[in-house]
Ligand binder design. Structure first.
Ligand SMILES: Cc1ncc(C[n+]2csc(CCOP(=O)(O)OP(=O)(O)O)c2C)c(N)n1
Ligand SMILES: [Mg+2]
Length: 380
């Protein structure tokens, strides 16, 4: 067998699970097994209090509740679309909680768990998916950029921002989010070349949720994604993306390295998108139900709950209080969403550039005159 041939046989889309013909992949940082047992990792020790563990659980449970409510609201016609994070809660909350206050994060369209960790009000995310605005939060104040739908573009924004941070002599780090599919995008590769060459303080956090809409991982890469980093000249690490403790420890270490001038890291958070790509997608058309069943056994929330219960860190009253808080949150999200006022149609012209340009002003005037011609709903 040639070396090239060998290199094409190392992808295991679901390590140790559905592909017995492919080699196992031991390179997965894990601090919590799917059964909720703590594992020691000499390279990624995590000193964490019981209080912090409970608050991580609370975050995971509340963002899932938000997600379930948002999916229901879309089905009832209250949102245009929703991109679910179901199954990716630990990857997102772990990464979000690893950020220091001054660090800046650049999300895709799915990072609701990171938004939550950054203190963004869920309603400011809901307004985007309702078509009311482009995201209601202040990206500078929250240190969390607006959502980016153009696949991979935010990696360039993050790298450019990190190069600016570097030139300012600041100690902040930058976290760029991307998906497995985005790794095939030119922008992502360009961003990694720049980040490596300038040792920019940026961490690329790739949620490998196994799919880019209907395209499975094996059509995206012939090697594990984290190994791509070597070709750019910086470290790559694969972490169990359904293990919030491992994600927190690995991301914290990578951000710290970036802060200390050691340059970028590529983190592959190995996870699974348990829901549809968005509410416009039907995953039963391209994947087997058995695959989802396998991943349910690695559910990120159930595993932390098992750990908290098993070690007596939380009792039934705690879990009930989080459930009650979830109900309140869901009710607030529902009421707040359905009561959002529609924006004036021409307000979209106000958010294209920081300052209005003459061609855009002319288009706005034309648009407003056209709308005004429908007095009483009929064109005059
Ligand atoms: C430049 C660009 N090309 C295509 C699309 C359409 N598109 C939206 S999501 C998506 C798949 C992205 O997959 P991945 O990077 O794995 O992220 P995930 O949605 O799984 O989180 C594509 C192709 C887009 N938004 N932007
Ligand atoms: Mg994906």
């Amino acid at each position: 067998m040639t070396a090239l041939r060998q290199a094409t046989e190392v992808v295991d889309p679901v390590p140790g699970a559905s592909a017995p013909h492919l080699p196992q992949q031991p390179d997965l940082v894990q601090l919590l097994t799917p059964e909720g047992e703590r594992v020691e990792q000499p390279d990624y020790s995590l000193d964490i209090s019981d209080e912090e563990l409970r608050s991580l659980y609370r975050d995971l449970a509340l963002v899932r509740r938000w997600d379930v409510e948002a999916t229901a609201l879309q089905r009832q016609g209250e949102l245009g679309i929703w991109a679910s994070l179901l199954g990716q809660e630990a990857a997102q909350v772990g990464a979000g909680r690893a950020l220091a206050d001054g660090d800046m994060a650049f999300p895709t369209y799915r990072e609701h768990g990171v938004a939550w960790a950054r203190g963004v009000d869920p309603l400011d995310v809901m307004s985007l998916f309702r078509g009311v605005d482009n995201g209601g939060w202040d990206p500078v104040a929250r240190r969390f950029n607006l959502y980016t739908i153009v696949i991979g573009a935010q990696c360039l924004h993050a790298t450019g921002y990190a190069m600016g941070v570097q030139r300012d002599g600041s100690e902040d780090a930058v976290l760029a989010f991307l998906g497995d599919g985005a790794t095939s995008q030119g922008e992502v590769n360009e961003a990694m070349v720049f980040a490596a060459s300038f040792a920019a303080p940026v961490v690329f956090f790739c949620q490998n949720n196994q799919y880019a809409i209907s395209v499975p991982l094996e059509r995206q890469t012939r090697i594990p994604l984290y190994q791509r980093a070597a070709g750019f000249g910086f470290p790559g690490v694969r972490v169990d993306g359904n293990d919030v403790l491992a994600v927190l420890a690995v991301t914290r270490a990578a951000l710290q390295a970036a802060r200390e001038g050691q340059g970028p890291t590529f983190i592959e958070a190995f996870t699974y998108r348990m829901g549809a790509h968005t509410t416009s997608d039907d995953p039963t058309r391209y994947r087997l139900a058995s695959e989802l069943e396998e991943w349910k056994l690695r559910d990120p929330i159930a595993r932390l709950k098992a750990h908290l219960s098993r070690d007596g860190i939380a009792d039934a009253a705690f879990f009930e209080s989080v459930d009650a808080e979830g109900d309140e949150l869901a009710a607030r999200i529902r009421t707040g969403t359905v009561e959002m006022p529609d924006p004036a149609p021409s307000s979209m012209f106000e958010h294209v550039y920081a300052e209005q340009t003459p061609p855009l002003a002319a288009q706005q005037a034309e648009f407003e005159a056209y709308h005004a011609s429908f007095e009483g709903g009929v064109e005059r």
